[in-house]
Design a protein around this ligand. Structure first.
Ligand SMILES: C[S@@+](CC[C@H](N)C(=O)[O-])C[C@H]1O[C@@H](n2cnc3c(N)ncnc32)[C@H](O)[C@@H]1O
Length: 375
């Protein structure tokens, strides 16, 4: 595939197999822990959000040592939820989320690399004992995230699908998003951290084992990601956070040239009413509080902040999200879709680059410098 090939077209089967083999080798054999990473792409620097710190302290050290994620994938209000983790690796996010969904919820992790799955599965009982659960609420399934329909998972059965630094590694990102959408309940969401570039990358980069393995060579140009998401039925991708990544290793930097990379967290709601643009129907919502950890303010994305008790004007899409998702019980909607008043003025940015559709300086935090920020 080159920069002129439509990004929604699947690569040939042999090309896909080549990419998967390179990635499996990297995560199964080359890396033994996050100390082995050569760049800061598959790392999560910075302070942990409140609530995650305690949950992370309950995760086994071997699982944590093999964590290669690039963001936090724990959206609000997960109690009792069914969560699917695409590319669950050694299981850190799955075990953190298992505590957030509680004993009545469930987390299913999917990964293709036997070595990663072995670590994740070996510590299952240890974690359920640590959490004080009678039995494990986590399951790890071996498989490809491009073939989610082959894993025996019930369609439309998940509240949330997370993924942490994985989809960039996939040779068929359109298939991943389409498969994920069909596993989400109506109103459910994909909430995931990944690596994006500020431009379409030369095709050769994704064949470089280190660049691909370190989540750079297969990174999507963010604008193509928005298109792929739309084609999969996620009309309105919402950017939550973004930060620039540095490629300081001289050998890797020479290969990527002028391309810039970002770690970004997006949320994609499975709501068929969503439009491609934010439109103004004169609506508003009031956040009534009540979501654990968010007594005073709830931030849906980089452009939507809701102070408790305040009437906040919203676009039609945000209105749909806050009346059709699991967040609906915490909001009072005001208005209807009866009259259209034109384009909604401020809907946040979809670009992690900070210069695309509109700047997102407020959500870009300084990236770590040096080789691997995990070391
Ligand atoms: C960068 S690591 C991230 C692992 C985990 N999410 C974490 O945060 O530690 C990427 C993981 O995705 C898995 N993976 C990559 N491509 C995949 C694919 N096409 N299907 C299934 N798993 C895949 C790899 O085996 C690896 O465990």
């Amino acid at each position: 595939m080159n920069e002129h090939t439509p990004v929604t077209r699947a690569p040939a089967a042999n090309e896909q197999a080549k990419t998967k083999n390179l990635v499996r080798e990297y995560y199964g054999k080359v890396l033994t822990s996050s100390d082995d990473l050569k760049t800061s792409a598959c790392c999560t620097p910075g302070a942990l959000p409140t609530g995650l710190k305690a949950a992370l302290a309950n995760v086994h050290e071997e699982v944590r040592a093999k964590y290669y994620g690039c963001g936090f994938v724990a959206p609000e209000h997960l109690e009792g939820a069914r969560i699917l983790d695409l590319g669950s690796g050694s299981g850190q996010d799955a075990y953190v989320l298992a505590q957030m969904v509680g004993p009545k919820g469930k987390v299913v992790g999917v990964d293709m690399t036997a070595e990663q799955l072995e670590v994740a599965r070996r510590h299952q009982e240890w974690h359920s004992k640590r959490f004080g659960y009678c039995c494990s609420n986590v399951q790890f399934v071996e498989g490809y995230i491009e073939e989610l329909d082959k894993l025996g998972l019930e369609p439309a059965s998940f509240d949330v699908i997370v993924s942490n630094c994985v989809i960039n590694l996939s040779p068929d990102k359109a298939a991943v998003l389409a498969g994920a959408r069909s596993l989400l309940k109506p109103g459910g969401e994909m909430y995931f951290a990944d690596v994006y570039s500020d431009r379409r990358l030369p095709a050769g980069l994704k064949d470089d084992p280190v660049l691909l393995g370190e989540c750079l060579g297969g990174a999507l140009y963010w604008g193509d990601f928005i298109e792929i998401a739309r084609a999969a039925g996620f009309a309105d991708a919402r950017l939550v956070t973004a930060r620039p990544l540095s490629v300081d290793d001289p050998a890797q930097a020479a290969k990527v040239g002028a391309a810039r990379f970002f770690s970004a967290t997006y949320r994609l709601f499975n709501i068929s009413d969503l439009e491609a643009t934010c439109e103004d129907y004169g609506q508003a919502v009031v956040y009534n509080g009540g979501i654990a950890g968010h007594p005073d303010v709830l931030e849906l994305d980089n452009g939507s902040r809701f102070d408790t008790g305040k009437v906040v004007p919203v676009c039609g899409n945000t209105f749909h999200i806050l009346t059709q998702s699991r967040l609906a019980p915490f909001f009072t909607p005001v208005g209807s879709f009866a009259t259209h008043y034109g384009r909604f003025a401020s809907c946040g940015s979809k670009s992690p680059v900070g210069g695309g559709e509109s700047a997102v300086a407020s959500v870009v935090v300084p990236g770590a410098s040096g080789g691997s920020c995990c070391s």
